[in-house]
Design a protein around this ligand. Structure first.
Ligand code: URA
Length: 184
């Protein structure tokens, strides 16, 4: 199934983002992870390496992981769109829609218990346009036996130091929920 999915995306031309990409950023991590992180879309570093969250935002996320005892290789990390939007703009609705099928299949295969939604784009495309990141962040939303935790996108922490405290708090909740779910 994973092989099929990875093959199906290899030469994807379902939206215009294929025109500028160097690499498709499929996602990486533990394919049986209990925790999945979903970001927005690849930036320049990710596009160059074909891997998610390897640039500045990713380094900040890695630091938080380290501090909280989350092993990056034990979680699964993916994005709403798999190809870099030009100038890191927010993916447009048609692009997200075209790409979401891949992500839905990834979620189906990983079967995470917890999904961390990194920023507004992930939140709106996964849970619905009616959600806003400022009011939704830090609160659990349970849907179809998956616990969703919306939080700031790590890139937002680079622009606003104060958000680091929230981000840390939200990820701490994630660790707590993970521990609770795994002793049941
Ligand atoms: N920002 C994202 O949303 N995803 C990445 O993979 C990198 C930066």
């Amino acid at each position: 199934m994973w092989e099929e999915l990875e093959n199906s995306i290899k030469d994807c031309t379902k939206c215009k983002l294929c025109e500028g990409r160097h690499n498709i950023v499929f996602g990486e991590g533990n394919k049986e992870a209990d925790i999945m992180f979903i970001g927005e879309g690849p930036g320049a570093d990710e596009d160059a390496q074909g891997l998610p969250f390897v640039g500045k935002a990713g380094q900040l996320m890695n630091k938080a992981f380290q501090g909280l005892g989350i092993k990056r290789e034990e979680v699964y990390i993916a994005n709403i769109v798999k190809c870099r939007p030009p100038n890191n703009r927010v993916p447009e609705d048609d692009e997200a829609e075209a790409c979401l099928e891949y992500l839905r299949n990834q979620v189906m295969l990983v079967k995470p218990k917890i999904i961390v939604l990194l920023g507004s784009t992930a939140l709106k495309n996964i849970l619905g346009k009616e959600y806003g990141i400022t009011s939704a962040r830090g609160k659990w939303i349970e849907k179809k036996e998956i616990y969703y935790m919306p939080t700031w996108h790590p890139a937002a922490l680079l622009r606003d130091e104060a958000k680091k405290i929230d981000f840390w708090k939200d990820l701490k909740e994630v660790v707590k929920k993970y521990n609770e779910l795994n002793v049941k």
